[in-house]
Design a protein around this ligand. Structure first.
Ligand SMILES: Nc1ncnc2c1ncn2[C@@H]1O[C@H](COP(=O)(O)OP(=O)(O)OP(=O)(O)O)[C@@H](O)[C@H]1O
Ligand SMILES: [Mg+2]
Length: 323
């Protein structure tokens, strides 16, 4: 078992009367991707700022790459890369000039900064734009340049605060590819996102936060499983009411008809599906499709965060780790 690259225990932080973080704990294994998922104001950026030594916590503690973020902040900084939620490039420099400047800030020296700049421009498909001023870059190019800049000193742990917000679908897909290739090279990534599909596609583990509290956590599969059983959906070739009713009876308790489909909980998962396929063959109704479906992460998200009228939900749903 690999040592965690990030460990946070009971982080708390307020801004005046606003409790940005109430109690956030998380562990991220080295070489894995953790998605911190939450709505606007959930506390994602505050968590990232504490873990990247930019903001002191008022409660709890955290270690990144083996060092304490409060007492060993300088050591933490040498081992991490950070891409903030808003771009930080100098608009009046070119992409290449920005990267070289950042390299020298990181004490890489002029020659190494230039070499790393060349490598990163290549890696992020920015060679053609490298001599253009950043103010002429598109949103996607800026994001790629930001990511390149955060990698200039080969960080062990990378923090990406909403890396794809504001990107078009092509830009998002490109960013996902870049993140995946970093991870295959061994970098640990903690990214924040408001997008479930992003967390589902990129992350090994997901921590859902809401109002400064962890409300669910686990692998994407665990989160989906914790929210409900899979169900079987049978779609007929046409919406024949008599046939739909027969299929509904066959699927048993909880069967619901919608259009030309009938769905019902699959208490035994694949075994239930097997059984249903056999029964359908005997029944002889014209079936277009039959399959097992899992609840989506969207359902997980809305279930665990929609608690405005259920103040007890935090303790009730915080058991994702053991699920
Ligand atoms: N410097 C600050 N001063 C005052 N309040 C702050 C400050 N930073 C954050 N907050 C408040 O703390 C809460 C959490 O903010 P945070 O930026 O961590 O949320 P977030 O999950 O990153 O949201 P978003 O998705 O909008 O980026 C919010 O209510 C926010 O208004
Ligand atoms: Mg934020």
């Amino acid at each position: 078992m690999t040592a965690p690259a990030i460990t946070a225990e009971h982080l708390a932080r307020a801004f005046g009367p606003t409790k940005a973080l109430v109690d956030v704990s998380l562990d991220v294994a080295a070489g894995s991707v953790c998605a911190l998922l939450g709505r606007n104001g959930a506390g994602k950026t505050t968590t990232v700022r504490i873990l990247t030594t930019l903001l002191p916590a008022e409660g709890g503690r955290a270690q990144v790459a083996g060092f304490d973020v409060a007492s060993q902040a300088a050591l933490v900084r040498t081992r991490i890369g950070v891409t903030g939620q808003t771009a930080t490039m100098d608009e009046l420099l070119t992409g290449a000039e920005n990267l070289e400047t950042i390299g020298r800030f990181c004490h890489l020296g002029a020659a190494i900064s230039r070499r790393r700049t060349g490598e990163l421009l290549e890696q992020f498909d920015l060679v053609g734009a490298s001599r253009q001023l950043v103010k002429r870059y598109s949103g996607g190019m800026r994001r790629r340049l930001d990511l390149a800049a955060s990698l200039i000193h080969h960080p062990e742990v990378l923090f990406l605060d909403e890396p794809t917000t504001g990107l078009d679908p092509v830009g998002r897909a490109e960013m996902w590819t870049s993140i995946r290739s970093l991870v295959s090279g061994g970098t640990t990534v903690l990214l924040t996102t408001q997008y479930l599909d992003e967390a589902d596609r990129l992350a090994d583990t997901i921590v859902v936060i809401d109002r400064g509290l962890v409300v669910a956590e686990g692998t994407p599969e665990q989160l989906k499983a914790s929210i409900g059983r899979p169900f079987i959906r049978v779609t007929l070739t046409e919406a024949d009411p008599a046939a739909l009713e027969q299929v509904g009876r066959l699927l048993g308790e909880g069967a619901e008809v919608s259009g030309r489909s009938v769905s019902a909980p699959a208490s035994d998962g694949l075994a239930s599906l097997d059984q249903v396929v056999v029964w359908l063959r005997d029944l002889g109704v014209p079936v277009h499709e039959v399959g097992l479906e899992h609840p989506s992460l969207d359902e997980v998200f809305s279930t665990v965060t929609d608690h405005s009228h259920h103040p007890g939900v935090h303790s009730a749903s915080a058991g994702g780790r053991g699920a």
